[in-house]
Design a binder for this molecule. Sequence first.
Ligand code: FAD
Length: 248
Amino acid sequence: MKVLVCISHVPDTTAKINFTADNKAFDKNGVSFVINPYDEFGLTRAVWMQEKQGATVTVINVGTAETEPTLRKALAIGANDAIRVNAEPKDAFFVAKQIANIVKENGYDLVIAGRESIDYNGSQVPGMLAAMLGWPFVNACVGLEVEGEKAKVIREIDGGKEKSEISVPAVIAGQKGLVEEKDLRIPNMRGIMQARNKPLKVVEPVDAQMRTEAVHFEKPAPKAPVKMIDPGEVETLVDLLHNEAKVI
Ligand SMILES: Cc1cc2nc3c(=O)[nH]c(=O)nc-3n(C[C@H](O)[C@H](O)[C@H](O)COP(=O)(O)OP(=O)(O)OC[C@H]3O[C@@H](n4cnc5c(N)ncnc54)[C@H](O)[C@@H]3O)c2cc1C
């Protein structure tokens, strides 16, 4: 079984987010990048399939050379090989088109992506990819068992879980639950050393028109400073909540 895991290269969750002076782009200065957390769950699930079912796991990123450390980390976690489509991922349609092209060229049985990228939060790529391939698509996937040409999948829904059976090849967009947080793997020294020699292929993008362009980004207004009220001053507290905060 050939599994392709999509890896989005995103700012560390603790990074301070800023935009360029014209507010048209995210400012990468001083920001460290990581594997998109939703992709870590998918990658770990794929590595289990490699260990238990003999699957081969390829990771893919559409990105510039600066994403290679992220792909190397995925290789250190256990992927067999990596593909980088050499392009700035400025638009979800463009990204999906690149991945679809790689899938068509190499023939995979399963594509695992994340539920959303934690930077631009579009949740667009996996659905578009499935549509381009004409494959079944399961979003918010928290359980996955592939048996032959069928996969049993579990999806999180409001207040419960939905179990379905789909045919493979298919696209899955995963999240926590595919594996648990405690199961996520931190690359060890052996993995890091092995990752250096694993294949990382760089391919040029195919033509694909961008569909969207961000014209302006805006940060939320800074929070007002906290006012500390003495426990004895209940009237002051009520007055402030009523007249200043206007919440009662
Ligand atoms: C320099 C720059 C400029 C940008 N400008 C714009 C803009 O003008 N307008 C706009 O709308 N967006 C812009 N983006 C964001 C861009 O559209 C998204 O980064 C990208 O297309 C992913 O889309 P998404 O957020 O829908 O991903 P999602 O669909 O939320 O991601 C879900 C999953 O898809 C997979 N995935 C997503 N991206 C990749 C990738 N690059 N490689 C491999 N797998 C991936 C991962 O598994 C991820 O977990 C810009 C990004 C960059 C880097």
